[in-house]
Write a protein that binds this ligand. Structure first.
Ligand SMILES: Cc1cc2nc3c(=O)[nH]c(=O)nc-3n(C[C@H](O)[C@H](O)[C@H](O)COP(=O)(O)O)c2cc1C
Length: 362
C-alpha cells in the first residue's frame, strides 16, 4: 500500500469529494510554486522513458501514460503532472465563456466499486483565462491536449461556434484538441455523436483548425491534431459510424471513453445518483470500444484509451488492444499520483522483454 493510500486518501475521503478535489488542486499549486519541489518530484518519478515514448504527427509523447480531461479543468496542475512523468496532460473541458456548472453536490465516490460519479456540467474559468494560465506554465516535455466543450446556455444548433471559439483562443498553447461530445451532464451534448450532427460538427471544426494551421504555420508548420471523445455506451454500429465519420472529416484520433450512464454498471450505492460513472466498472466497455475501433481505423489514427485504468495490467490490456496511449483519472483518486511513475516504470520493464506495443519503433 502506498503512502497515499495509507495516509492521504483516508484524510481526503473524509471530505466531500469536490472539496477534496479543490484542496488537492490548491495544495499542488502551492507546492509546485516552491523552488526545488518540481525537481524533487522529477527525481522521485524517474523512469527509463526512452523505451516507452513515441512520436505521432510531429509530437513526441515521452510516455503513453497521460492525465485524462476533467482532473485539471483549468490548467492549474500541468507542471506537477509533467514532473511526475505524465507523457501528456489533457486540460479541460474548457468552455468559451466562464460558467459555474451544475449545483452541488455533483461529485460522489463509490469506494465499494472503486468508482466515481459526477454531474459537474463543465464548470470552467473560460477559454481566455485558461489560455493565459497555460501560456505561462512550464510543462517540461509533456504534450498538452485541450479538451473543448460548449456553454450550458448555448443552443445545440450553435454548438460548433462554441467549440470553434475555444479552439481559436487556445490554439497558441495546445498540442492537440479534443472535441468532447460525450459528457452526459450538458443537455443534448451526447446527441452530437449521432452521424449527421457529428459529421457537420467535425467538418466545421476541421475547416477552422486548418485555417488556423495555415495562418500560424510561418514556415514552421505545426498543425494541431483534432480528436473526438466518445461515450462508452455506444453500440458497435455507433462506434463504426463515429470511426467512419471521423475518417471522412479528417479527424486524427478518438479518445475512448468518457463516463457511462449505463444503469447495469451501478451498484446499490450508486444507482440513485444521476451523472456519469467512471473507474473500475467502465473498464470492460473501454477495452471493447478500443479493440473495436482499432479494427476500423488506419495505424496512424490515434486512439487514447481511458476508463478504469488502475494498474499496469489494465494499461497493458488497452495498449495491446490497440490504444496508442492511456489516460488516468479515477485511478489517480484511488491509487494516488504515484500511479503515474509506477506505470511508467512497469511499462519500461515489460517493454524490456517484449516489444509488442503499437508504438514501438514508431
Ligand atoms: C470528476 C470527473 C470530472 C470529469 N470531467 C471531464 C471533463 O470535463 N471532460 C471530459 O472529457 N471528461 C471528463 N471526465 C471523464 C474522464 O476524463 C474519463 O474519460 C473518465 O472518467 C473515465 O476514466 P477513469 O475511469 O480513469 O476516470 C471526468 C471524470 C470525472 C471522474
Amino acid at each position: 500500500m502506498s503512502l497515499y493510500e495509507a495516509v492521504l486518501r483516508p484524510l481526503l475521503f473524509r471530505l466531500e469529494a469536490e472539496a477534496a478535489h479543490y484542496l488537492t488542486v490548491r495544495s499542488v499549486e502551492a507546492l509546485q510554486a516552491v523552488p526545488g519541489v518540481l525537481a524533487a518530484v522529477r527525481a522521485m518519478s524517474r523512469a527509463p522513458r526512452e523505451r516507452i515514448g513515441f512520436d505521432w504527427r510531429g509530437l513526441r509523447f515521452p510516455s503513453p501514460i497521460g492525465v485524462a480531461a476533467g482532473l485539471d479543468k483549468n490548467g492549474r496542475m500541468v507542471p506537477f503532472f509533467a514532473a511526475l512523468g505524465a507523457g501528456f496532460v489533457e486540460v479541460g473541458t474548457v468552455t468559451p465563456r466562464p460558467q459555474p456548472g451544475n449545483p452541488r453536490p455533483r461529485v460522489f465516490r463509490v469506494p465499494s466499486d472503486e468508482a466515481v460519479i459526477n454531474r459537474l456540467g463543465f464548470p470552467s474559468e473560460g477559454a481566455d483565462r485558461v489560455a493565459a494560465r497555460l501560456a505561462a506554465a512550464s510543462r517540461g516535455d509533456a504534450v498538452l491536449g485541450i479538451n473543448v466543450g460548449m456553454n450550458a446556455t448555448t443552443p445545440l444548433e450553435q454548438a460548433a461556434e462554441d467549440y470553434a471559439t475555444c479552439i481559436e483562443r487556445l490554439y497558441p498553447v495546445a498540442d492537440y484538441f479534443v472535441v468532447n461530445v460525450s459528457s452526459p451532464n450538458t443537455q443534448g451534448l451526447t446527441s452530437l455523436q449521432s452521424r449527421p450532427l457529428l459529421a457537420a460538427l467535425l467538418r466545421a471544426l476541421g475547416e477552422r483548425i486548418r485555417e488556423l494551421d495555415a495562418r500560424n504555420s510561418n514556415g514552421v508548420a505545426r498543425p494541431r491534431p483534432l480528436l473526438v471523445k466518445i461515450s462508452p455506451d455506444l453500440a458497435d454500429r455507433e462506434l463504426d459510424d463515429v470511426a467512419e465519420v471521423s475518417l471522412q472529416q479528417g479527424v486524427d484520433g478518438i479518445v475512448a471513453t468518457n463516463t457511462s450512464t449505463d444503469s447495469m454498471l451501478r451498484n446499490a450505492a450508486s444507482a440513485p445518483l444521476g451523472g456519469g460513472l467512471s473507474g473500475r466498472p467502465v473498464f470492460p466497455k473501454v477495452l471493447r470500444a478500443v479493440s473495436h475501433l482499432r479494427r476500423n481505423v488506419p495505424d496512424d489514427f490515434l486512439i487514447l484509451g481511458v476508463g478504469g485504468v488502475f494498474s499496469i495490467d489494465d494499461a497493458w490490456s488497452l495498449l495491446r488492444a490497440g490504444a496508442n496511449a492511456v489516460q488516468l483519472y479515477t485511478g489517480l483518486v484511488y491509487r494516488g499520483p504515484g500511479l503515474i511513475p509506477e506505470l511508467n516504470r512497469a511499462l519500461a520493464e515489460r517493454l524490456g522483454s517484449e516489444s509488442a506495443l503499437r508504438n514501438s519503433g514508431a
